[in-house]
Design a protein around this ligand. Structure first.
Ligand SMILES: *[C@@H]1O[C@H](CO)[C@@H](O)[C@H](O)[C@H]1NC(C)=O
Ligand SMILES: *[C@@H]1O[C@H](CO)[C@@H](O)[C@H](O)[C@H]1NC(C)=O
Ligand SMILES: *[C@@H]1O[C@H](CO)[C@@H](O)[C@H](O)[C@H]1NC(C)=O
Ligand SMILES: *[C@@H]1O[C@H](CO)[C@@H](O)[C@H](O)[C@H]1NC(C)=O
Ligand SMILES: *[C@@H]1O[C@H](CO)[C@@H](O)[C@H](O)[C@H]1NC(C)=O
Length: 493
C-alpha cells in the first residue's frame, strides 16, 4: 500500500516541471565555461539590486550581509542559462574582491514562472563593512565572449556608518555606543548658559557636552555617579556668544571605545519660560488677541532701530573708532600643544576650559579637529593653525603618570599617541621662528608645579613662562592684551 502511494507521489512530481532554484558557492577565479566557445549564450540580466540585511550570528552579535537580488529577462535565450556570477569590489581603506557563482538547479523550461512573473532570485552573502563603497557586478553564464566583457549589469552600494538602523547592530558599532539613545535636548537658559539634558548609558559614566556655533563657544564634562542605571542627567554649559540654534555635540567616553565612541548631536532651542503661558499651546483665537500686543513692541523696535541707524550714519565718520571697542572684542585664537604623557581630559581639557571661560580665548586642540588633522596632515594643520592663531601655548606638566593612571586608566583620555608628533612639530616651528620678531612672540609656555626641565627642548626657555595656577592672572592679562591691541610687541622675548 505504502509502496503504491510512494510511486504515485514520484509520478506526480515528475509530471510537474520542477522550478529552478539557485545553489551558490564561491568562485573567485574564471568560470570553466570561459575556456569553451559557446554558440548560444543567454542574454543580460534585467535587473540587479542590493540591500543590506542583518543576520544574527550569536546572542547580541549580528553581522550585516548583502542581499543581492536579480531578475532574468523573459526571452528564448533563457533555455541555455546555466548560472549567474556575482562579483563584489569593496573600497574603503582596504580593497576587497570576491565572487559567487549561483548555479540554477534545473534548466529553464519557460521564459517566466507559471504565475507569469519574471524569474527572480536572490543571494544573501558578502559581509558589509562600515562606510564602504561597493561595486556589484553580475553576468550570466555561459558568457558570450571568451575574454569576457566584464559584468553585464552593475550597481553601486555605499554602506552607511554606525548610526544606520541596520549597521548599528554590528558588534563594532555596539561597542562604540550605537544602541545608546541619549535623546539629547538642549535649550538656551540665558545669554551665558545652555542647559543640556540626556539619558546616560550603562557603558560608561563620562561625557563631554560641547556647544558650537561654528567655533566652540563652551563645553562641560559630565561624570555620572550612578552608573548602573539609565538616568536622565542635566548639565549647564557656560557659553560665550549667542547659543540659539547652536549645535550640541555629546561625546561619550565608554570603556569599550575610549576616545573613539560615536558622538551625538542636538540643537539648542530656547528654554520654555516657566512663568508665561507657552504660545504654541494656546489656540488660534488666543493668538489673535495676542497679536496686537506682539506687534506694538515690534513697531517700537523697528522705529528705534531706524532711528539708531540714522543717528549712527550721521555720526559714523567721527565715532567709528570708539564705537564697538568694549562690546565686540574678538577672542584670542590660541593653539595648545602638549606632550603625549599629559592626560587629555584631566589636564588639557581643564586648561582649555580655563582659557575659554576666563581668558576670552578660542582654543584650538588637535583632539577637537581630528578630521581636519587627518585631512591636512599634522604638519599642514599645525602650520595653518599657527599662522591664524594669536598664541601657541606649550602646555607642560610634571604631574605625569601618578595622576594620570588614577583618573584616565584604560586608554580613556590617557596619554595621547600622536600628540607627541604635534608637540615636536610645534617646537620645530618655534625654533624656525626664533629669528623673526613678529612670529617668535606667539609662543608661551605654561607649566604646573615646577619650572620645566625641558630636556631636549631648550629653546622653550626663551618663551614667556607661566606657572599655573600661581601666574593665572598674568597669563590672562597676556591673552586679553592680544585682542585689545592686536599683535603686541615682543618685549618679553
Ligand atoms: C556550479 O556548477 C559548476 C560547473 O558545473 C561547478 O564547478 C560548481 O561546483 C557548481 N557550484 C555549486 C555551488 O554547485
Ligand atoms: C532578499 O531580497 C529579495 C528581493 O527583494 C527578497 O525576496 C528576499 O526575501 C530578501 N532576502 C532576505 C533574507 O531578506
Ligand atoms: C558607481 O560609482 C562610480 C563612481 O562613484 C560611477 O562612476 C559609476 O557611474 C557608478 N555606477 C553606477 C551603476 O551607479
Ligand atoms: C526624549 O525626551 C523627551 C523630553 O524629556 C521626551 O518627551 C521624549 O519622549 C523622549 N523620547 C524618547 C524616544 O525617549
Ligand atoms: C544664567 O543662568 C545660570 C543658571 O541658571 C545662572 O547661574 C546665571 O547667573 C545666569 N546668568 C545671567 C546673566 O542671568
Amino acid at each position: 500500500m505504502s509502496l503504491v502511494l510512494l510511486s504515485l507521489a514520484a509520478l506526480c512530481r515528475s509530471a510537474l516541471p520542477r522550478e529552478p532554484t539557485v545553489q551558490c558557492g564561491s568562485e573567485t577565479g574564471p568560470s570553466p565555461e570561459w575556456l569553451v566557445q559557446h554558440t548560444l549564450t543567454p542574454g543580460d540580466l534585467r535587473d540587479l539590486r542590493v540591500e543590506p540585511v542583518t543576520t544574527k550570528v550569536a546572542v547580541e552579535d549580528y553581522s550585516v550581509l548583502m542581499n543581492v537580488s536579480w531578475v532574468l529577462r523573459a526571452d528564448a535565450s533563457i533555455r541555455v542559462l546555466k548560472a549567474t556570477k556575482i562579483c563584489v569590489t569593496g573600497k574603503s581603506s582596504l580593497q576587497s574582491y570576491s565572487c559567487v557563482r549561483c548555479n540554477y538547479t534545473e534548466a529553464f523550461q519557460s521564459q517566466t514562472r507559471s504565475s507569469g512573473h519574471k524569474w527572480a532570485f536572490s543571494y544573501v552573502g558578502f559581509p558589509v563593512e562600515l562606510n564602504t563603497l561597493y561595486f556589484i557586478g553580475a553576468h550570466n553564464i555561459p558568457n558570450a565572449n571568451m575574454n569576457g566583457d566584464g559584468p553585464s549589469l552593475s550597481v553601486n552600494f555605499t554602506s552607511p556608518g554606525c548610526l544606520d538602523h541596520i549597521m548599528k547592530y554590528k558588534k563594532k558599532c555596539i561597542e562604540a555606543g550605537s544602541l545608546w539613545d541619549p535623546n539629547i535636548t538642549a535649550c538656551k537658559k540665558n545669554e551665558t548658559t545652555v542647559q543640556v539634558k540626556f539619558t546616560t548609558s550603562l557603558l560608561g559614566n563620562k561625557y563631554m557636552a560641547l556647544v558650537r556655533q561654528g567655533a566652540v563657544i563652551g563645553f562641560s564634562t559630565v561624570l555620572e555617579s550612578d552608573q548602573d542605571k539609565l538616568t536622565r542627567t542635566s548639565v549647564e554649559v557656560p557659553v560665550r556668544g549667542d547659543s540659539h540654534g547652536a549645535v550640541v555635540q555629546l561625546t561619550p567616553y565608554f570603556r569599550t571605545c575610549g576616545n573613539d565612541c560615536i558622538r551625538r548631536k542636538g540643537t539648542v532651542v530656547l528654554c520654555p519660560q516657566p512663568d508665561t503661558p507657552s504660545l504654541p499651546d494656546t489656540s488660534r483665537s488666543v493668538l489673535g488677541s495676542w497679536l496686537p500686543l506682539l506687534l506694538l513692541p515690534l513697531l517700537v523696535a523697528v522705529w528705534v532701530l531706524a532711528a539708531g541707524i540714522c543717528l549712527r550714519w550721521r555720526h559714523g565718520r567721527t565715532q567709528m573708532a570708539s564705537f564697538p571697542a568694549t562690546t565686540l572684542l574678538p577672542r584670542a585664537k590660541v593653539v595648545v600643544v602638549y606632550p603625549s604623557e599629559v592626560c587629555f581630559h584631566h589636564t588639557v581639557c581643564g586648561f582649555a576650559e580655563f582659557l575659554q571661560s576666563h581668558c576670552r580665548s578660542e582654543v584650538i586642540l588637535d583632539k577637537w579637529q581630528q578630521q581636519k588633522v587627518a585631512e591636512l596632515g599634522p604638519v599642514l594643520w599645525l602650520t595653518t593653525e599657527k599662522q591664524a592663531a594669536d598664541r601657541v601655548i606649550f602646555l607642560l606638566s610634571n604631574e605625569l603618570s601618578a595622576q594620570c593612571d588614577g583618573t584616565c586608566a584604560g586608554g580613556e583620555g590617557g596619554p595621547q599617541r600622536g600628540s607627541q608628533d604635534l608637540f615636536v612639530l610645534a617646537y620645530n616651528l618655534l625654533c624656525s621662528d626664533i629669528g623673526s620678531q613678529t612670529h617668535a612672540c606667539k609662543y608661551l609656555v605654561v607649566y604646573f608645579s615646577q619650572p620645566p626641565a625641558a630636556a631636549g627642548y631648550s629653546a622653550l626657555r626663551l618663551c614667556p613662562r607661566f606657572h599655573l595656577w600661581r601666574d593665572a592672572a598674568a597669563l590672562r592679562t597676556q591673552l586679553l592684551r592680544v585682542t585689545q591691541q592686536g599683535p603686541v610687541g615682543c618685549s618679553s622675548l
